[in-house]
Design a protein around this ligand. Sequence first.
Ligand code: NAP
Length: 255
Amino acid sequence: MSLSGKVALVTGASRGIGAAIARELRRRGARVAINYNSSREAAERLRRELGDGAEVFKADVSNRQEVRSMVEDVVGTFGGLDVVVNNAGIMELMPFEQLDEARLDRMWAVNVKGPIYVTLEALPHLKKSRGVVVNVASIAGIGTALANTTYYAITKAALIALTRRLAFDLAPYGIRVNAVAPSWIETDLTTRGRTREEVERAKSDIIGKTALRALAAPEDIARAVAFLASDDARLVTGQVLVVDGGRLDYLTHGV
Ligand code: NAP
């Protein structure tokens, strides 16, 4: 599963799952563009850790102009683009009956429009490289139900629909499009605003819902992304790779 010779852009790579993906792709030989929005220091730290072959690029993925400049900079720096990992995402928790439209709009802009903008702006370069897109969705978009995540779930369901549609739209260019759907993973996204005790309770609750009695880690998602990004997956497109230890609590199984 070598990624040697490839250039990969990972959005939201300053922290959490995105940082693990950047590490894994670099470890497999790709040169990596680390995108961040607000966590500049964390992104710079990761760049230093990854050494030559990694650079940092700031852009809010929900801002098309910033995305356009970022992609131009990435291609200017590395000379091309082979792999796009749409990982940047946010989760705004709210009960269905307490809709906060501004927070829903922000989540939609980052989680859905972000991958659209990044893929659109990267497309001319992906056409040249017969590249790959990997979207980081969520099992929330398939059917597990965590309290107050209905609005988040629909953004991830949209991302899964986008993955499947783009697999058809971009196949004529030799571009593959897949998604990874993680379950609950301990990152800022899931621990913010929670006490240590609440986090530990959430973890054992999730473990109890898996067939393998295990919790996914960012590295598990990173390895799945690396596979989909590699030529080993050359005939895999339009797929959603669920990495969740076998969750037993799906509302539906209709992936
Ligand atoms: P996280 O720790 O909160 O990290 C989120 C990352 O996204 C940060 O690097 C952040 O960068 C970046 N980001 C946020 N808004 C951005 C924007 N507008 N433009 C560019 N980057 C932006 O979250 P995570 O848990 O690693 O989640 C990563 C992805 O996995 C998300 O798409 C999430 O929905 C998905 N996911 C997570 C879980 C989970 O349980 N953790 C489960 C399923 C799916 P800055 O800090 O630089 O702004």
